[in-house]
Design a protein around this ligand. Sequence first.
Ligand code: GDP
Ligand code: MG
Length: 595
Amino acid sequence: MDSNNIRNFSIIAHIDHGKSTLADQIMTLTHTVDQRSAKPQLLDNMAVEQQHGVTVKAQTVTNFFIAKDNQRYALNLIDTPGHVDFSYEVSKSLAATEGVILLVDATQGVQAQTVANFNLAKAQNIKILPVINKIDSLNADVAMVKQQILELDVDFSDSDILEVSAKHGTGVENLLEEIIQRIPMPKLDHSVSGLKALVFDLSYDNYQGIIAHVRLFSGELRANQKLHLMHADKKFESKTIGIFNPNMVEKDALHAGEVGFVVTGIKETDQIRVGDTITTQSSGALEPLRGYEAAHPVVYAGIFPKDDFLTMKSALFKIALNDSSLSIEEDYSDALGPGFRVGFLGNFHLQIIRERLKSEYDLEVITTSPNVTYKVHLKNAQLLAINNPINFPDFSDIDYVEEPVVTVQITTLPETVNQVINLSEKYKGILTDLNNLSNLVQLTYDMPLSEIAYHFFNALKSETHGYATLSMGKIVYQPADIVKITFDINYSRVPQLTYLTHRIDANNEAQALVHKLKYTVPRQLYPMPAQAIIEGHVIARVDIPPIRKNAAVSGDKKSISKQQVLLRRQSLNKRKSKQLTFELPQSVFDIFLEI
Ligand code: GDP
Ligand code: MG
């Protein structure tokens, strides 16, 4: 199709403002799906998405529409992930578009995620169409919401703002006309003659291998074409190509400006990432498109398979295909065997990945305590970057430690500002700026990355009933008093439980952790102490009771001396074992995610 007749766009919105409903309505109106087969929320199809109510993985669909000018247009709707924690993926999707629909619920108004998403789109320099949804609702206050939208951006004027009911379809046809009028036709790269296709999403099919979702900026893509993935430096031959309508429909060729898929036939998943550029092997492009960034994980954790290492490896890399922030390296633990050191965007991200391993691949894994990367300056002037607590050096060798501190922006409602301020203080945040938007407050903090990555995000969400958004900015390193806590169970060290924290929190956290151990470590026939140790000193201890009564309490009929003999024998047994003779379940490792 002529690129004059193509529009590539996304819908961005606060959760529940009607993004999925509008996408469904557009697909119905353009007969991409017929009314009868239209399932609610066609685009959200991952189990995890449905559970968390967020779109994790982006999906695409081409809708054909005959406009008032009697011309046929291809309207490519590229779905964006709907969670702030996944904003890196939002940007990847937006890089494939020339515009967005900024959807705002008429009963709710501009909300935290509206602002966060608006900022992302603004940063990408693409056309923003403000649209008010749910105008059919009795609680709609269109005039008020218009005012809020106008305050978002001086470039908006009253007449720019469209009104729809995604549910009933009111105004949706007009919206499509406006998309054609106001969103620019695809920008093409005229500097090259060869093929340049941006990979903005990836999926995996057991028979066909990796399927790349692409947006062409120049050239032509065909089936059975010799192609080259520029960043991965991988050569392959396209099997089939085509568009999503909404299912995969084969085409002979895709042209500059178009959006579609390439079946690559590639089965190795460990090199290919979203953001890569596809070109041809001969007379291809010399420079890849912008849009490729290596993974920027902030938290690392060990992930170990309960069963088969290779099955887990394959599953992890398939997940990483469309999750470009995940970094994966092989790792080995004496106790847990072969596994991976995986980098995440935060604990919430770690949870999502664990749930995806379970729901999509039926895999149970052991996850060790998450860690940011510390810079450890040794007395011998050596500098170490440590993201695995097991490698944290002995305190006697350390000169000083630096931790990552990040600038975060929190957007919330005026009524929860006090809770947010208290919470941020508790997590060592230093307030640097406070801004009032029309109905929202924006707070800027410098905060240790570890606090945000481990617990602050979840705490913020629960304090604000899931409302506030948090976006992270620049990371700098600052000196911090970090200590290593190690744990002994029954006098044997359990290296996988090693944990790094701020010294001022160490006591409280160690107490909380040993108490959790008391209820998660499987009980044995003998009592076992669980101890937390810092710099050679035991700072917390609990006794894990035995399954059966032990000699000290069950010997009521025996003489005192017999009891003592038994006790001595028990404690000798204990001290002899250097390694735990039983396995620790995942619940033991989860204690770090809970405190
Ligand atoms: P998303 O989270 O942005 O994808 O929001 P959904 O599309 O799932 O919509 C959230 C809720 O709002 C659902 O219960 C929809 O039925 C409802 N909804 C969506 N659009 C409209 C609308 O135009 N009018 C009314 N009254 N409800 C709507
Ligand atoms: Mg949705």
